[in-house]
Design a protein around this ligand. Sequence first.
Ligand SMILES: Nc1ccn([C@@H]2O[C@H](COP(=O)(O)OP(=O)(O)OC[C@H](O)CO)[C@@H](O)[C@H]2O)c(=O)n1
Length: 339
Amino acid sequence: MAEEPDPEAPRDSSEWLFSFGVIADIQYADLEDGYNFQRNRRRYYRHSLRHLQSAIEEWNKEGIVPCCVLQLGDVIDGYNAQCKTSEKSLELVMDAFQLLQVPVHHTWGNHEFYNFSRDYLTNSKLNTKFLEDRIIHHPETVPSENYYAYHFVPFPEFRFILLDAYDLSILGIDQSSPRYQQCLKILKEHNPNAELNSPQGLCEPQFVQFNGGFSQDQLNWLNDVLKFSDTNQEKVVIVSHIPIYPEASDSVCLAWNYREALEVIWSHKCVVCFLAGHTHDGGYSEDPSGVHHVDLEGVIETAPDSQAFGTVHVYSDKMVLKGRGRVPDRIMNYKKELL
Ligand SMILES: Nc1ccn([C@@H]2O[C@H](COP(=O)(O)OP(=O)(O)OC[C@H](O)CO)[C@@H](O)[C@H]2O)c(=O)n1
């Protein structure tokens, strides 16, 4: 287990344990290049599939293949819905993932809901809940079926938790449902704009339609899993499409109730890092409690001559993100309570 995965990495006394891959915001569509809403970032809809394929080739070729890949959401672009190519595009992306030698854990982002209903996603290949681990005699750590979240153990004493950042959202749900009405009420209470995607003039600019949040039910479940991890000296990685820490994201691209999620996380010692996508520009910050927040650079806004993915090497005292192309390297030391 002590073999060094990266021959160029500085050698130190820490022991390498395992590695995993990360990739975000592929947003594939068979379309010419376009731009983001502000028209200041180019989007490479067609080339994003090539970027994914080359990431998979590189992961498969790594000396020690990562144990799994975390796909941080927005796998195909919302334009597919307008072009009626949602299923075809999803199939192409899934065919690419099929070539990966290890399991992929899929997170759901806003573009999943532009293309598919929640019910459709639940029955699709983007539902990787079958990869979850159950903790015997701890029913409180079993997630509800009302949201798409689960946890798994890729390596002894490490628990990964996938969160559903659109658990509170008006995307992907039937407009006649009580849940839709409840979420629309929350959104409108914080956003008086006629265009609910617009953050203009908001004191809490994250309250836009293309974001979402975590229900109390999901936060209670997260709290119970983290309590178990604390008790059992586990180290935890949390994965969500939407970021929750303002210093690592722009103020618009945060989860509606990011403060509540932070409160839960900060009441436990076990969390090492929070990995998210959504912002496309990327970001990083270590919060005052020592949790590392990484917002991964999005594939969709990555020029053909660059790349956007990474491999996280997990050691006994830290995690090291080795980024490719636009994704910078990050060293995430464990808090002293975890050593
Ligand atoms: N200020 C804005 C921003 C966006 N919109 C509209 O909202 C929809 C989603 O936007 P889009 O940029 O496609 O969402 P992404 O998930 O790709 O990116 C998230 C962040 O924007 C990245 O910085 C779309 O219909 C936009 O037109 C808006 O109305 N006002």
